[in-house]
Design a protein around this ligand. Structure first.
Ligand SMILES: NC(=O)c1ccc[n+]([C@@H]2O[C@H](COP(=O)([O-])OP(=O)(O)OC[C@H]3O[C@@H](n4cnc5c(N)ncnc54)[C@H](OP(=O)(O)O)[C@@H]3O)[C@@H](O)[C@H]2O)c1
Length: 306
């Protein structure tokens, strides 16, 4: 497709996500024509990396120079930014990139005749050039009506991503749940590092040991699915080990045993779905529930004392 038949793209916000999307779309042949941000320096830095892209002080100038405008600002600023923009009658679109915020925040633009939508890449942007290569193969969740939906789908494909549709009103649950595959995976690693620290491991050494195991687990899950990738004592039906580990963590105090117990409850559910569930799965489920009752009661008692 020639550049002239592709929509002109503009960015309001030049942060971690905008840097990757703007450069990625430009490399894919899309005209990225305009950038504005809170600070002029930020907008100029991004525009200078893209051929024939202007940096503007006023976000309205981006709207005036683009067909599809990406509002790539922090979620709390999406609504207020959308209120300040004026759209002409020529089929423009305003799109935000948040997974959690509703597309309805863009209603002021819709009321002026612009198409509105959500374009949420399921990827944690670090703000580095490496994002450009790593985003390929990820999914982008799109919420829009046609014809904008078709344009956003083409943009996702141009980045090497898989387009994913979300039902209207589903963004908050979708985004909350997605944390388990990103930030909460990091929180699980942090819990292991904290517990290993009591054995004298430094964080760097712990991560060197843990990250390849995590990478291998992801590959196995890709090959075999979640239930059959599950490893560890729950998957083997080692009731004795599960009981001893829960008791050990209960002795640690805090919420260590509660966290372990809740995740073990999910591991039991996965183990039940395995091609050959362990014979002792009901005994393990009982041990997990008994420990959870103790640790959650202890946590509640601690909270009511405070
Ligand atoms: N980072 C991720 O991993 C990720 C993943 C998926 C979706 N998202 C979504 O992408 C959006 C942007 O997130 P981000 O991580 O890129 O944020 P970020 O790195 O903090 O960047 C935010 C950008 O917005 C600019 N900005 C802030 N307030 C503004 C305003 N009122 N008007 C114009 N520009 C303003 C900032 O300007 P200055 O640079 O000039 O200070 C900065 O360039 C959010 O909706 C977020 O939920 C992020």
């Amino acid at each position: 497709m020639s550049q002239s038949s592709l929509p002109r793209l503009g960015f309001i916000g030049a942060g971690r996500l905008a840097r990757c999307l703007a450069l990625g779309f430009s490399r894919a042949g899309y005209p990225v024509t305009a950038v504005a941000s809170r600070t002029a320096a930020s907008a100029s830095r991004l525009a200078s990396q893209i051929g024939q892209c202007a940096a503007f002080d006023d976000p309205q100038q981006v709207v005036d120079a683009a067909d599809i405008v990406f509002l790539a600002v922090p979620d709390d600023s999406i609504g207020t930014s959308a209120h300040t923009l004026r759209f002409g009658p020529h089929g423009q679109a305003l799109v935000h990139c948040s997974g959690a915020s509703p597309v309805e925040l863009l209603t002021p633009a819709r009321d002026q005749g612009a198409a509105v939508g959500g374009f949420h890449p399921l990827y944690l942007f670090g703000g580095d050039l490496a994002d450009l290569d790593r985003i390929a193969g990820c999914s982008v969740t799109i919420e829009a009506d046609e014809p904008l939906k078709g344009s956003l789908t083409a943009l996702a494909v141009a980045l090497g991503c898989h387009p994913l549709s979300i039902p209207a009103g589903g963004r908050m649950l979708y985004h909350a749940a997605a944390h388990y595959a990103a930030s909460f995976a990091l929180c699980s690693l942090a819990e292991c590092v904290a517990l290993w620290r009591t054995l004298g491991f430094a964080e760097d050494d712990a991560l060197r040991a843990l990250l390849p195991m995590l990478a291998g687990t992801i590959e196995t899950a890709r090959d075999k699915g979640l239930p059959n990738a599950l490893a560890g004592p729950v998957s083997r039906g080692d009731t004795g080990v599960v009981r001893k580990q829960l008791a050990l963590l209960e002795g640690f105090g805090g919420d260590h045993a509660a966290l372990y117990g809740l995740l073990s409850r999910r591991a039991v559910e996965l183990a039940r779905r395995r091609a050959a569930p362990p014979v002792a799965i009901e005994a393990i489920a009982e041990a997990v529930e008994e420990s959870l009752t103790r640790s959650l009661n202890a946590a509640a008692a601690g909270a009511s004392v405070k």
